[in-house]
Design a protein around this ligand. Sequence first.
Ligand code: ZN
Length: 228
Amino acid sequence: MLNYLVVPESFQHFPVAGFFTTKQADHDLAVLARHAGVAEHSVYLPIQKHTDTVQIVETVLPPVVADAVLTHRTGLMIGVQTADCVPILVCDPLRRVAGAIHAGWRGTAAGILLKTIGHCSDHYSCNPSDLYLAIGPSICGDCYEVGSEVAEGVQQMTGRGDYLFERQGKPHVDLRRANRQQALAAGIPADNIWISPECTFCLPDKYHSYRYAKGFAGRQYSFIALRD
Ligand SMILES: [Zn+2]
């Protein structure tokens, strides 16, 4: 086990390698691929643009614009990059499907998690009750003061919930809890959702944080690969 990885406990029982990196894994894609048991050239990262585009990845091709990726192929490691935004790993151990999602406020407001769950059902006949989620290190609600555009956008997609609250009269959004609420509404059982307690902004020595670095941040990887 590489000691700079955050591994959701729930995923350790499944035939997948799923993990979130910290600052220490910046350029070690080859090491991460080996850790997941895949070839270095079998790593896929989409071009992220805060879209709600979900890409089905069956083979490694030149990257296209997408903010969620899904596969049912073993030997492929797919992922996303984040620094405050919410990374979400998806696994259906029954249908053997794995995915990774980049959910910033725009993706959350656009329902990218819900769209990904929809793709799991449409393309792989997954039942939402069989899906497991791991919500990785990202900015916490206390650290994420937002404008009304963000608060309203997220609430329109998510519905009301305790993910949206005020501190000193300013709206704050906990995007992790917003995505959890969307997942529950889509039929994913609460017991199937793992959430990292760590905040990228609260722990700037451990994680890249876009807000902490005022825009000049690196990125964490969130990767998943199906195993035989
Ligand atoms: Zn925080």
